[in-house]
Structure formats: C-alpha cells, structure tokens
Write a protein that binds this ligand. Structure first.
Ligand code: SF4
Length: 489
C-alpha cells in the first residue's frame, strides 16, 4: 500500500478516531465552566507545571536562539518532507524494519490490526500513543477481538476510567488523587482494598498491574516523538520508564507516527532534546530516552513495523500559512499557559488535541467545517506563542483559520452569515473618514446606557456577543477628538 504526499490531500475521515466532539466548543465549554472540581484540578495542575517550566527555561542563556533553531529546522524539514520520508523508509527497511504508509485512520487501524492478528496474539501493550487516540486504535482493535493496555500511567487512568484524554502530556490532568483511587479500586483487578490516595501507593498499584502485562505481552504498539531519517532511528522520550519496557520486552513492535515527526539528522535532535523536556514537564532532561533502529538479532523485538500516518497532514502541508502547525513537538506548554484551556479543560475542545495547539491542528486535520468553532476558542492573548519552544505563531494561525472559515461559509451560503454581514458593514464604515466619524458619534450616544463602563447586554444581533461577554462602553472622547484638541498644545 502506498501514498504520495500531496496527491490527493485528504482529511481525517468521519466516524473514526478522536478528532471530532459531539458538540461545538461554546456549548461544551459552557458545561465545563460549571464544573468547579474540574476547574480546580486543571488550575492546580497547570499552575504547577507552568512554574516549573518558567524556572528551568530561565536557566538557559540561549533559550531564544534554541527556539529560533527549532523553528528553522522544522520549517526546512517541512519544505522537503517527501524526501526525508523516503530517506527514512529506506533506512528503516535497510535495518530490517517494514514501513507501511497509511493515508488515514481507517487504513492505519486496519494495517495495525492485521499485523497483530498475524502474530496470533490478542493482547498488546501500548505506550506514547496520542496518535493512536487520534485514529481510535483501541476501539478498532477491540472490534477485532484485540485488547490493548495503556502503560503510560495517565493514559492508563483515562482507559480504566472509560474517559477521554484532556491534555496531550498529562491526559488525566482533569482527575485528582481521590478520583484516581476510586477508578483503581473499581477497575484494576487485584488492587489492595485498603489503597489510599497517596501518590506512591497509587503508583505502586499501577506498577504491579502493568508488570504482569509487560511480562506476558508479545506485541507492543508505540508512538514516537521523533524519527531520524538518515539512520532510520525512532525515539521516545518519557518520564516513567514504561516505554522502555514496551520497546524492549515484546517480540513484535509496531510504531505508528504522524509523518511530521521526522527530523533529517541526529544533529537536529540536539535542538529538540533541549527544548522538549524543559517545555513539557519542566525538567532539565527527561528521565528516559529510548532509541531503536530496525531489528537487532537476539536483542529486543525481532519484528519491527513502522506505520507512517497522514490523516490530514498532507492537506495541512498544502496551506502555506496553516502548515506551521506541523512544527509542533507536542510539549503542551501552550496549554499550560492558556487562560481559555485553564477554565474549560481539554474535553470542551472535542478532540484528543485540546488547547491552543488543538484549536489550530484539529480543524486542519478534519477540514475546518467539521471543527469550525475551534479557531474561535481563544482570547488571542499570545501567551501560547511566547511559550512555544518552536515559535509556532498560534494567534496568527487562529486568525488565518477564522478567515478561511468565513470564506468557506461565504461560498456555501447565498445569504451572508451574520458575522460576514457585520464585518462587511464595519469594512464599509472604515473605508470612509466621514462614515467612521458618524459611527463614532452614533456609538457615543449609547454611553448613558452603560453601567461601570460596560454594556451587560446589547440588542439583537449584537446580543450574540453579550450573551457570554460584556462589551466596553465607547470612550467619552475619541482618539481623533483627543488629537485635534491636543496637537497644537
Ligand atoms: S504548539 Fe508549541 S507549545 Fe504547543 S504543544 Fe506544540 S510545540 Fe508545544
């Protein structure tokens, strides 16, 4: 099976995977805002990671140069992504691995299920698998009678809780210790009944549960943080060491990764291995970095398969502005500083990729019409751009996607949407100084109706804005009036 980058550019298919929620962001966010426990859990966790990150970033004198280097390596890699992927395929094959190309989630799931069934096994262990959440692999395997066990602690909590991830680095960030204890007591066979919510006790219970799985599993499925094209090496960086168990003990290892994870050479990794741990967990270095290249007789898995997943990435690459999202190294720093994410949590985004990066990645993978509310799920404050270790300009991407959405809406609707009508009216007013001045005067007439400098509600259609926010009252004096009054002084 083969695919060709850019031909044709398809989006992630509907009906499979974790990129589409049941409702739009504003509706889901409204429900999340009423959940005080959720807000407390997320607020506490993001604050802690934020402070740790700020402290270790501060220690690096050339942090800005490193960020620039990361941005430039990524941009150069994306410009020749097809070449790098071909080099990777050749290197992996040369070292005894088998490369599979998957156009979308359905193809990837079918390839992986067939590979597992061919081994005669029906149980697999998994690690580092955001991309498998993206394609809905666990559900697809279950339909084929295969049971997959998550081995990352946070992903195990999500799996046992029959839940969805709400953060790309800490998928169970919305759960507190007491909730985790309840899940373990309910779902984990053999867990001691006197288990407390002490983090050490919880970790030991998970460890005993997983040890059994590691020792019996003959097949593992992993994601990858990076793939080095020139040597065909895959890398996973992690904190718990469970990844290392998955990557070395089973007889067959199947790695699935998005095509954007490739880096040309080992030297490029030098930049990202400095940027990633400080930005994600606030550590100077991640505790475990595992790298593997093809198959080594008598050492580690004796069969290695690499599934290269498109699932909307080629379509994203085709947008010369939007493609910047493919530079993401999934550190989650943007989520931890985002005021919107901190209040709504990750589930409101309806995708396994929440927060600022999810708001620009998800609509591009699925096509904007399927996630049209996400580019608007931001205050455009720019905190995400400042935090991003590879300088992805998320605010500009959000504005770009909003523009694309508005253009697509205009094509589909013979009558303009209220938003398009309002913006074209504003555009018409701003084209003429006289009209602009008249609009300012008219707006000021509404000032007496404001309370404490704000309007709590405005008449239709402006009520669409004030149902969820206040609107500031116009100033008593406009900038032009101030200019005319003061310029001769
Ligand atoms: S967009 Fe930047 S900050 Fe956010 S997850 Fe990706 S690399 Fe990290």
């Amino acid at each position: 099976m083969s695919t060709f980058l850019g031909m044709p550019a398809i989006h992630a298919p509907r009906g499979v995977g974790g990129l589409r929620g049941d409702e739009s962001f504003p509706k889901a966010a409204k429900a999340a805002l009423g959940d005080t426990q959720l807000r407390a859990n997320i607020g506490r966790a993001t604050r802690t990671i934020r402070e740790k990150r700020a402290a270790v970033v501060e220690e690096v004198p050339d942090w800005e140069e490193l960020r620039l280097a990361g941005q430039q390596v990524k941009a150069a890699t994306m410009a020749r992504l097809d070449d790098h992927l071909r080099t990777l395929e050749e290197a992996v094959t040369r070292r005894g691995g088998v490369v599979h190309w998957a156009r979308d989630a359905n193809e990837a799931n079918a390839i992986i299920a067939d590979l597992i069934l061919a081994t005669g096994e029906t149980e697999v262990v998994k690690v580092k698998s955001m991309v498998t959440q993206e394609i809905g692999l666990n559900e697809a395997l279950e339909a084929q009678g295969i049971t997959a066990t998550e081995t990352d602690l946070a992903e195990l909590i999500v799996q046992l809780g029959h839940d969805k991830p709400s953060h790309i680095l800490v998928p169970a960030i919305h759960r507190n210790r007491a909730e985790v204890r309840e899940i373990f007591l309910r779902e984990m066979p053999g867990v001691p009944p006197d288990l407390t919510d002490d983090p050490r006790q919880l970790a030991m219970a998970a460890r005993a549960h997983l040890r059994q799985k590691f020792l019996t599993a003959k097949v593992a499925v992993s994601g990858a943080n990076f793939a080095v094209a020139d040597s065909g090496t895959l890398l996973v960086v992690e904190s718990e060491g469970n990844g290392r168990m998955c990557l070395t003990l089973p007889e067959t290892l199947i790695t699935v990764m998005g095509i954007e994870k490739v880096v040309p050479t080992w030297q490029d990794l030098e930049v990202f291995l400095q940027l990633l741990p400080r930005s994600s967990t606030g550590e100077r270095m991640n505790p475990y970095t595992s790298a593997w290249t093809g198959v080594t007789p008598g050492d580690g898995p004796q069969a290695f398969h690499l599934v290269l997943l498109d699932n909307g990435r080629t379509a994203t690459l085709g947008d010369h502005v939007g493609r910047e999202v493919l530079h993401c190294i999934k550190c989650s720093a943007c989520m931890n500083v985002c005021p919107v994410y901190e209040r709504t949590g990750g589930h409101a985004y309806g995708s396994v990729y929440p927060g600022p990066i999810g708001a620009v990645l998800t609509p591009q993978l699925t096509g904007i019409e399927d996630n049209s509310s996400l580019p608007f799920a931001s205050s455009l404050c720019g905190a995400c751009f400042d935090a991003c270790p590879v300088r992805i300009d998320i605010p500009s991407l959000l504005v770009h996607l909003r523009e694309r959405h508005t253009e697509e809406q205009a094509k589909e609707h013979r009558l303009p949407t209220p938003e398009a009508a309002a913006l074209s009216l504003v555009g018409w007013v701003m084209q003429s100084p006289r009209r602009f001045r008249m609009a300012e005067t008219a707006l000021r007439m509404a000032r007496p109706f404001a309370r404490s400098g704000r309007f709590r509600s405005l008449p239709f259609p402006l009520s669409a804005w004030t149902t969820s926010r206040d609107a500031p009252a116009p100033p008593p004096e406009t900038f032009r009036e101030w200019w005319e009054r003061t310029r001769d002084q």
